[in-house]
Design a protein around this ligand. Structure first.
Ligand code: GLY
Length: 386
C-alpha cells in the first residue's frame, strides 16, 4: 500500500470484505479485484453508470488486459431506472454475456447504479459475486458498504423507494478518489451529508474525533484535496462498517443499523417535495438526496432538543457542522408541518402505524425512539423555515 491508500475491513465472517481506497485504483483494478476473489472469474460484466466519462470506464476495463472476457453495459443513473424493469434489462444482459455462477459483476457508478447492479448480482443464478466501484462521494461513504441492494417498487402510480431488495454483500469495495475530481460541486457536497450523519453517530462507534476532524479539515475536503479525501472516506466507511458488523440485516430490536437512518425520515419526506430548492434559484429544485438529509439532520436535532432527548446546545452544533459542509440548514417554501409529517408516515421505519425516529442524544451518539411527541416533531420541521 502507498501512503495515500487506506484499507478498511468489513468483518462479516465468511461474507467479510475489504474496502480499498487508493488514488488511481481503477487503473489497477485487476490487481485489487483478483486478490479479493476466491477464484478468478472467466467472465466479467461491468455495469457502468451511463453518465461516466469514457476514460473512467476504459481505465477499469483496460486494467484487466486479457485476464477475463469482459462485457460492458451502460446503466442510466436515474432513480426511475432503479426498478424491476431496469433489473430485468440488466439480468437479460448478464444472461446474454453468459455469466456463470463464479463469474463477476462490477458496479461502476453512484448509489442508484450500485443498488441496481448489486440487486441483479444478488438474484442472478441465486447470487453471483459482485464488486462495488463507487464513483460519487455519497456512494463511497455510504451506499457501497453494507450489502443493501435493491430497486424501487412502482405500483399503481406510486414509487416506493427501495421496497424490493436483498442483502448481498460485495466481494470488495474499490474506491478511486481521483474520480471525484469531475463531480459537480453540488453533488459532491450532497455526499457530505452522509459524512455529517456519521459524525453524529461515530462517538458510539469507535471514532469520537470524527466530528472535530471533519470540521478541522472541511476546507481541504471541499477543495477535494487528494491528501484529505482518502482519510475522509476511510474514516466514514470504518464507522459504517462497525455498525453493519453489529447488525448486518437491521434486525436488532434496539435499532442498531437503523441508526444509519438518522435524518432520513425527515429528509425523505422533504425529498419528495418537487418545489423545494436549497437556494433562491427555483431551477435548483428539487432537493438532492444529501441536501434533504442535511435538513433532516437539523430537524432531528431540533426535535430531540424539544423532546428533552439531547442537550439544548446540540442543535446549534449540528447546524454549524451542516453549514461548514456548505449544505442547507434552512429552506424556503416548506409546507405545513402536518403535511410533512403525513409524508413521514410512509417511511419504512413506521411500525404498527407509529413513527419511529432516530434522534441524537448527545454529540456523536443517537438512539431509536418510538414515542416522540408530535409537538417535538413539528418543532423540528418548523426550525427549517427561512
Ligand atoms: N444506508 C443505510 C444502510 O446501509 O443501512
Amino acid at each position: 500500500m502507498t501512503q495515500a491508500e487506506r484499507r478498511v475491513r468489513v468483518d462479516l465472517g465468511a461474507r467479510g470484505y475489504d474496502a480499498v481506497i487508493a488514488p488511481g485504483a481503477l487503473a489497477r483494478a485487476r490487481e485489487f479485484i483478483l486478490a479479493s476473489l476466491a477464484q478468478p472469474p472467466h467472465r466479467i460484466f461491468i455495469a457502468a453508470d451511463a453518465a461516466l466519462p469514457a476514460h473512467t470506464v476504459d481505465a477499469l476495463a483496460r486494467s484487466f488486459g486479457g485476464a477475463a472476457r469482459l462485457s460492458l453495459g451502460r446503466i442510466p443513473a436515474a432513480e426511475a431506472h432503479k426498478s424491476m424493469r431496469g433489473a430485468d434489462e440488466l439480468l437479460a444482459a448478464l444472461a446474454d454475456a453468459r455469466l456463470e455462477r463464479a463469474d463477476l459483476l462490477i458496479a461502476l457508478g453512484g448509489g442508484a447504479v450500485g443498488d441496481l447492479a448489486g440487486f441483479a448480482a444478488g438474484i442472478y443464478r441465486r447470487g453471483i459475486p459482485w464488486i462495488a466501484c463507487p464513483t460519487t462521494l455519497l456512494a463511497m461513504v455510504d451506499a457501497s458498504v453494507g450489502g443493501k441492494t435493491g430497486v424501487n417498487l412502482l405500483a399503481r402510480g406510486e414509487v416506493y423507494k427501495n421496497m424490493i431488495g436483498v442483502v448481498h454483500q460485495p466481494a470488495a469495495v474499490l474506491i478511486d478518489p481521483d474520480v471525484l475530481e469531475s463531480m459537480p460541486q453540488r453533488s459532491f457536497r450532497s455526499g457530505l451529508a452522509e459524512c455529517a450523519k456519521h459524525c453524529m453517530l461515530a462517538g458510539a462507534w469507535g471514532d469520537d474525533r470524527l466530528w472535530d476532524w471533519t470540521l478541522a479539515n472541511i476546507g481541504p475536503v471541499l477543495a477535494r484535496d487528494p491528501g484529505a479525501l482518502p482519510e475522509l472516506i476511510a474514516r466514514n466507511i470504518a464507522v459504517k462498517a462497525r455498525i453493519v458488523q453489529a447488525d448486518e440485516r437491521e434486525t436488532a430490536d434496539e435499532g442498531i443499523r437503523a441508526q444509519l437512518n438518522l435524518g432520513h425520515t425527515f429528509g425523505h419526506a422533504l425529498e419528495g417535495l418537487s418545489n423545494l430548492s436549497p437556494t433562491a434559484n427555483p431551477t435548483d429544485a428539487p432537493l438532492q438526496h444529501g441536501e434533504a438529509v442535511a435538513l433532516g439532520l437539523v430537524a432531528a436535532a431540533r426535535c430531540a432538543a424539544a423532546a428533552g432527548i439531547c442537550p439544548g446546545s446540540l442543535p446549534a452544533e449540528v447546524e454549524s457542522l451542516i453549514s461548514a459542509c456548505s449544505l442547507p440548514a434552512r429552506i424556503a417554501n416548506l409546507p405545513r408541518s402536518a403535511d410533512v409529517i403525513a409524508r413521514m408516515m410512509h417511511d419504512k421505519k413506521v411500525a404498527g402505524g407509529k413513527l419511529r425516529l432516530v434522534l441524537p442524544t448527545s454529540r456523536g451518539r443517537c438512539g431509536f425512539f418510538a414515542d416522540v411527541p408530535r409537538s417535538a416533531i413539528e418543532t423540528g420541521i418548523d426550525a427549517l423555515r427561512c
